[in-house]
Every structure is written in structure tokens, then in C-alpha cells.
Design a protein around this ligand. Structure first.
Ligand code: ASP
Length: 344
């Protein structure tokens, strides 16, 4: 396979440079990336670049942006052995999660990376992240197939499964964490792949399919001590709402007040989907562990195991976009599609 990498710049800090006059950060012409990072020439493989126009701060990312990205990858899928997506860190975990569900039968690396300091600054973490991500995206395994065949986030020496990742540090170079799934690779003197943790297709050569109908009639509801009935009922009665990601305590517990269970039961009985995930950074929901979790199960709540909020939300967007029937979505949601949760 030819080592051809497509570098897609969507925006974010990584592609910024300090204006020498105003000292403000401004995006630079990304087609000139080789001038900023001349080291890339040393790889000896072809690196083509495409820049979004306009580039965005990733806090402006929307499902339409994910659709553009998925289409771009499909359009160039056969011509490249891997894709590196430069993206702002703020919503990188959402984009990576969404792409993992939108790109069906993906067999090539799609590696998102970015930086905490702009690439045009002396102490930038962007150069190393970019160089490492390209090397990972171009790496071919002993079986002749790409070492990585899934959507990942690479940051500060670690490659993570995209839909397991969350941004957890707003300042540190090590900005991402995958608390419930091991790193797929560690980059030091050598690149050490965690081969048992990497996704491998059961059969190579299936055509890439992309899902571009996303239904965003989903809410994220984080419970807290003192949450009011009026607030919960107003969320659940939002027009057109089809699903709720319920962020509960610990192993999936929530308040046992009759009004709360009544509100949830009313929503699920009307066909709405409620997915239970934990507010904890690590660990999994187990609705059989405590009486307060069990009452949620009885209220028709679906176990979200150790899904991240980003993965639960975007998986619902993609499934609801494909199926008009909530019952079907509810069943399909329980199936692990892209390695996004660990089922006990
Ligand atoms: N606000 C920026 C973004 O997410 C921060 C970054 O690039 O890290 O686009």
C-alpha cells in the first residue's frame, strides 16, 4: 500500500500562529504546513492537506460539521492509507465518537489530534502530536493491513480509542483520558501497540458506508442533589425529544423520589429512551447493585455501562437518524458497535 496520508485541518489552536504585530492568535494558511513543520518531509511519504473553509473553533462543532468530515473521508477513502484530522480539543471527543458510529466498516486509521499551544509557538505540543499522528496513521502491521483501523485520538504520547475518550484537562499537554479502556498505543522511543486492545475487522475489504442522517432530539440530564421536579419535567417534555442521556451517581444510582420515577416512567412508557451513564470519571453502571439503581431499571431505563457522555450522545444521534422506531433504537443501543463500552 502506498503511504499516502490525508491531513484534514478543521481548526482549533493547533493551526494558529501569533500575529507579530497584534500578538493575537490567528489561523495560518494550512496549505503551508510544510513550512511550519518541515520535519514532515523526512517521512518520505506523500502528505496531502485539505483545510476546512472556514476553519472553526471546535466549540462551534455541530452534527453538520461531522457530516462534512465523514463525506470528505469517504470521498478520499480509497486514495489514502490513513487520515489525520486536526481539530480543536474542546469537542474532539464528541467528533471522534460521532465519526466512530458514522463510518461503518472503517478499516483505515482516522486519527484526530490537536494541541494546547499553537503550532507557531516555540513550546508547542502541536508539532509532536502532528508528527506522531502521521506516523501512526501510516503504520502498516505485519499482516499488511494498517496497524490502526478505527477512529482514534492521539495526544501527548498516547493513542486512544476515540469513543472512549474525554477531554479532562484544560491546561495540561496531556489533555485526554480514556478511563475505561486502555491506550491503543504508547509513543516513546518505540511505538508500542497494545494489539489485543486494537480493533481488527472480522473480514477486510468491506466497503465503507457512512451514516449522515443524525437526529439530535436528545438531551443530557445530569442529576444533582436538589434537582427539581419542574426542571426534570421540563427537560422530558421538550418538543420532539426522543432520548435522554441520564448522568447518574456512582454505579448508576439516582434519587428515589416518587415524582422522579414517575417522570421517567411516563417518558419511557411514551416510547422515550433513557440511557443511564455514570457521572464518575471511571467505572461502569450496574443497575442491579443498589435498590436506587434497580428502580431506574424498573422505570424502563437502559444501562449505558461505561459509556462516556460523548459516546452515548452521538451513538443516539446516529441510531435515531437511521431508525424512526424508538423500540428498534433501544435494542440496537444495547449492542456494542464500535468498541464503545465494556459489557460485564
Ligand atoms: N477552543 C479551541 C478549540 O477547541 C481549543 C483548542 O483548540 O484546543 O477549537
Amino acid at each position: 500500500m502506498d503511504r499516502k496520508i490525508l491531513l484534514i485541518y478543521t481548526g482549533g489552536t493547533i493551526g494558529m500562529k501569533q500575529d507579530p504585530d497584534t500578538l493575537l492568535l490567528k489561523p495560518f494558511d494550512f496549505t503551508q504546513i510544510l513550512q511550519e513543520v518541515p520535519e514532515l518531509r523526512k517521512f518520505g511519504f506523500q502528505i496531502d492537506t485539505i483545510s476546512f473553509d472556514p476553519v472553526i473553533d471546535s466549540s462551534d462543532a455541530k452534527p453538520e460539521f461531522w457530516v462534512d468530515l465523514a463525506r470528505l473521508i469517504r470521498e478520499h477513502y480509497d486514495a489514502y492509507c490513513g487520515f489525520v484530522v486536526l481539530h480543536g480539543t474542546d469537542t474532539m471527543a464528541y467528533t471522534a465518537s460521532a465519526l466512530s458510529f458514522m463510518l461503518e466498516n472503517l478499516e483505515k486509521p482516522v486519527i484526530l489530534t490537536g494541541s494546547q499551544l499553537p503550532i507557531g509557538m516555540l513550546r508547542t505540543d502541536g508539532k509532536q502530536n502532528l508528527i506522531d499522528a502521521i506516523e501512526l496513521a501510516a503504520d502498516i502491521g505485519p499482516d499488511g493491513h494498517p496497524c490502526v483501523s478505527e477512529v482514534c485520538i492521539y495526544f501527548e504520547t498516547e493513542l486512544f480509542r476515540g469513543n472512549r475518550t474525554t477531554k479532562y484537562n484544560a491546561e495540561n499537554f496531556s489533555a485526554f483520558r480514556s478511563a475505561n479502556y486502555p491506550a491503543l498505543a504508547e509513543v516513546g522511543i518505540h511505538i508500542r501497540y497494545n494489539r489485543p486492545a486494537l480493533f481488527r475487522p472480522d473480514q477486510w475489504g468491506k466497503p465503507l458506508r457512512i451514516h449522515t442522517d443524525l437526529d439530535t432530539h436528545v438531551a443530557v440530564l445530569k442529576i444533582f442533589p436538589g434537582i427539581s421536579e419542574a426542571f426534570v419535567r421540563s427537560v422530558l417534555s421538550a418538543e420532539g425529544l426522543r432520548a435522554v442521556v441520564l448522568e447518574t451517581y456512582g454505579s448508576g444510582n439516582a434519587l428515589s423520589d416518587a415524582w422522579f420515577l414517575d417522570a421517567l416512567t411516563g417518558f419511557t412508557a411514551g416510547g422515550g429512551i433513557v440511557v443511564n451513564i455514570t457521572q464518575c470519571q471511571a467505572g461502569s453502571v450496574d443497575m442491579g447493585a443498589y435498590a436506587n439503581g434497580d428502580t431506574l431499571r424498573k422505570a424502563g431505563v437502559v444501562c449505558g455501562y461505561d459509556l462516556t457522555t460523548e459516546a452515548a450522545l452521538t451513538k443516539l444521534f446516529v441510531l435515531l437518524g437511521q431508525y424512526a422506531d424508538n423500540k428498534e433504537v433501544r435494542e440496537l443501543f444495547r449492542i456494542c458497535e464500535s468498541g464503545e463500552f465494556s459489557q460485564k
